[in-house]
Design a protein around this ligand. Structure first.
Ligand SMILES: *Cc1c(COP(=O)(O)O)cnc(C)c1O
Length: 249
């Protein structure tokens, strides 16, 4: 993250910007094709996951027209968003979050997509309220992360489907939080079709109780087409745009 920030608009002179531009275009084309194939009228929104990549890459993405980025660690996201305070970027928090980090996340996050327990919702509500008093930040978009594992093994985070209703209540009832919808990561070693069909059903149930909670954040580099097929409204794509990163997180 010590790399100097390139000037915004350097797409024709900076090779990394050109590379990101090509990869971004390829992903956008995949999204367009998948949307057409699914017979859907509107394309899902792309969130470019910038975790492990330097702030300079986020500047390049901004120059390429990206307005939504995803991060999964508070320390990294807080540093990047502070460094890039002048960019009109929306920061989406997509990683496991300890309640004691809520205060920090409320300073920069447009959404938190990984809410998996009522205590975290409570901590975020408190932190957002304080931030709204201090700086007038908008309400926080909140996604319930749902676990789509059939068993407890190889857990990739999230609330059990049976806990979604209770968690939705605690978010919907909190000032400063807006219940946006659900988020999930397809389980390793299982068919993403099954996982995303399950998530779509959970979303339908949720919308029965909270009609505005329409968002379905699903789909990453490997499975974005399948997520589009099963109704994803938001896609979180990292490595297919930014390249590989260290195999953690
Ligand atoms: C890293 C990450 C992504 C992006 O994954 P890629 O395979 O790099 O596209 C999406 N969602 C979550 C929750 C992540 O942690």
């Amino acid at each position: 993250m010590s790399e100097a920030l390139p000037p915004v608009g350097a797409a024709d002179t900076d090779p990394r910007t050109a590379e990101l531009g090509e990869r971004l275009m390829a992903v956008r084309q995949r999204i367009t094709s998948a949307t057409l194939a699914a017979g859907r009228g509107e394309e899902p929104q792309l969130i470019v996951v910038s975790k492990f990549h330097p702030a300079a890459d986020v500047v390049r993405l901004a120059a390429l027209g990206v307005r939504d980025v995803g991060e999964n660690r508070d320390q990294e996201a807080a540093a990047k968003s502070a460094e890039l305070g002048g960019l009109a970027m929306r920061w989406h928090f997509i990683g496991q979050l300890q309640s004691n980090k809520a205060k920090s996340v409320a300073k920069y996050a447009f959404s938190v997509q990984s809410i998996d327990r009522p205590q975290l919702a409570e901590a975020l509500a408190k932190a957002v309220a304080r931030q709204q008093d201090e700086s007038g930040r908008p309400d926080l978009d909140c996604y319930i992360q749902v676990s789509l594992e059939d068993d407890a093994g190889a857990h990739r985070g999230g609330a059990a489907p049976s806990d979604v209703e209770r968690l939705a209540e605690s978010i919907a009832g909190a000032a400063g939080l807006r219940l946006a919808g659900v988020m999930a990561v397809a389980p390793l070693g299982a068919r993403p079709e099954q996982a995303f069909a399950k998530l779509a059903a959970i979303s339908t149930d949720l919308r029965g109780l909270h009609p505005d909670a329409v968002a379905i954040s699903a789909g990453m580099s490997q499975d974005l087409e399948i997520a589009v097929q099963f109704g994803a409204t938001h896609l979180r794509v990292g490595s297919d745009i930014l390249g590989s990163r260290p195999p953690v997180g």
